[in-house]
Design a protein around this ligand. Sequence first.
Ligand SMILES: [Zn+2]
Length: 63
Amino acid sequence: MVKSKGKENFAPTVPHKITCECGETFTLLTIIMNCPKCEMTYAVTPCGSSDKNNIKVAGIKYA
Ligand SMILES: [Zn+2]
């Protein structure tokens, strides 16, 4: 899905479940990931990836 630059392939410490604003629920398996339905990109800071509060919306098709 992404041209690999390295860091977007890191797995977060905890696989967070995300409920997207489009209603889709998916699991964040890498620190940056698109919603499978609407392609909104979610990202979590690598150093704080165990904390759900560090998940941010990066924008549509950011990744
Ligand atoms: Zn979505």
